[in-house]
Design a protein around this ligand. Sequence first.
Ligand code: CA
Length: 376
Amino acid sequence: MMRPTQSEPVCPVQAQAAVEELSDSPVKDQKAFRQTKGHDACSIPCDITVKLLRDEKHSICGELQQSLLAFGRSTRKLIRDVIEEQQRGLDVLSGQVSELMSKVQMLSSEVQRSNAEMYSIKPVQSHGRDCSDIKESLMSVVPKIPSGIYIIHPEETDSSFEVFCEMDYMEGGWTVMQRRTDGLNDFKRSWADYLDGFGNLAGEHWLGLKKVFHIVNQKDARFQLHIALVSNNDVTSYASYDDFRLDNETQFFRIHLGRYAGSAGDAFRGYEQEQNQNTAPFSASDVDNDGCNPSCSFANRTVESCSILHNHTGWWFNQCGLANLNGSPEDGEQNQGKRTRILWDTWRQSGVPYAIKSVTMKIRRLLLFKVNPFKS
Ligand SMILES: [Ca+2]
């Protein structure tokens, strides 16, 4: 009988320890090991077992390392994804912040602009070029345009100024250039005053030659002059000229009148050529353009200044003439027979001139019908 060959020494304790050390080794390997634990426990040499276990351990370690590497990679990717996601969120927020900032800046500049507009000294806002223009622009908006003081800015001037607009009389649109009613304002004035105007717009006043010139000198505009007279015994009358304009200051605001119509007679032109004030320059007590040079013989008197003869008032005198609406409405005895009163000599009753207590001179745009060159 043959004895079993002397096998190499086995070390079950070591093997057991190795197995225990690798407690997470596959279950079937443990089972196989337990089966051999009985009499075959030391049938495998220790060094082989150790080697096997070591190999197995290395393999498991390798797997673990791979898993760890994979875990590290996926963790890094996760972190990268999270960071990218956060960055995208930050980018969106940053865009929204910039948008809000620009909106705030825009609103702030808007507020500054409106504040500047509110507090800056702006040029006076005019209501129109003249009272006719105001009437034209308001009549479609307002059922009844009130008479009163308006601000006008005639074309081709750099100035705005107040005028009294009559919006009731004869369909309205009248710019008042002179009014005498109660004698409360002194019309004994210098050239400078007649140039710039004086008095109270709501009452007696002279608008001023410069302002009237600006109104009637507008482009594509022609003006009508209307003179309304009231006698001491409340008879009314009028004189109207279908064209009225003034030359400029260098021509001393020479007056140009169109066709006359009315009930008071054409006192501007008078009865004779030497009384004709049409095309006469304006005179005042200190600026003499009256055609009496050096003097006129007038009602058996020698007159050097028509202005002084007419109570130091300003007018378009021509050898004095038959009209001076800047005279006084007073009817005192001291004025009897003197030429200090409001004068419109052609308005007479039974051959005697009316005593005039009030007068208004007003101007209005004439309707211009433009010729259409394409219309036959
Ligand atoms: Ca003179």
